[in-house]
Design a protein. Structure first.
Length: 275
């Protein structure tokens, strides 16, 4: 049984504000260990339940946050940026299930450090006319490869979001959102127990399911008009509003690759404090 873990950091145990997840800061150094602890807790449950191979794909920012030297030695870790499928690299390798660890709510919604790919320039993303977090986008990609989402962890808002896009997944809220930068947090000893137990229970749903290929449409709304103008130069991307662009793709894989280009161009068009 082969499992993939897509590990983001904003939804990790104890994380509540910017410096907790920005590489190079003192708080980030602290929360790297808590983040690695969350991953190890999930790995313990997966291996106890019979997983024979688990690939952990680092999915946050620089994608060099987890501490390899502290990782469960039974796992493998994919680290570093510029992966074709980004947060979901490895979903096309024949895995039997995927875990979304440390996920968060999407842009425009309540949640600790809520955003979708860009920290603040994107105010909303829609997948086939449905508001989409990173979790919903990634679940769509998993469905294209016939891979079930087994478990989602994060704050309570991330878990509530997952009830809709992954209704059969185990949900582990490791903190309760108070505001975008504040939460009621459980200590790591508590969250480790919850994560391990949920990972173990989630394996009853592991196994390839029917693939769901097909065309998809993504629309993105920005906080400034020049970002829509900048991204509309990409072939297939159309400006459909003052701050909004949209594009169609023949598959979810192609849609996510195009979305990755849109976010990269938008990030490059930000100019200082004016955005």
């Amino acid at each position: 049984m082969r499992i993939m873990v897509s590990a983001d950091m904003e939804g990790a145990t104890g994380v509540t504000w910017t410096d907790d997840v920005v590489p190079g800061t003192e708080p980030w150094q602290r929360f790297r260990r808590l983040f690695t602890g969350d991953v190890n807790a999930v790995l313990a449950g997966l291996f106890e339940g019979g997983a024979t191979d688990v690939l952990v794909n680092e999915a946050h920012s620089s994608q060099r946050n987890l501490l390899l030297e502290e990782l469960d030695p039974r796992a493998r870790m994919l680290t570093g940026r510029h992966k074709p499928l980004s947060m979901m690299q490895g979903i096309d390798s024949g895995v039997d299930g995927v875990v979304f660890l440390g996920y968060h709510a999407g842009a425009g919604f309540d949640g600790v450090l809520s955003h979708t790919y860009l920290e603040n320039q994107i105010t909303g993303v829609w997948l086939d006319d449905v508001p989409a977090s990173e979790g919903r986008l990634n679940a769509g990609l998993a469905a294209e490869y016939g891979v079930p989402v087994l478990l989602v962890s994060g704050d309570d808002q991330a878990c509530e979001d997952a009830r809709d896009y992954a209704p059969e997944a185990e949900l582990v809220p490791v903190k309760e959102c108070v505001s975008r930068y504040a939460a009621i947090c459980l200590p790591p000893a508590r969250t480790a127990e919850l994560l391990s137990a949920a990972a173990l229970d989630s394996l009853v749903r592991a196994g390839r399911v029917e693939r769901l290929p097909g065309r998809h449409r993504i629309e993105v709304e920005f906080d400034a008009s020049h970002l829509a103008q900048a991204t509309a130069v990409i072939p297939t991307v159309e400006q459909i509003g003052t701050r909004r662009v949209g594009f169609d793709a023949p598959s979810m894989t192609e849609a996510m690759k195009a979305f990755k280009v849109v976010t990269a161009i938008a990030a490059g068009a930000v100019q200082g404090i004016y955005g």
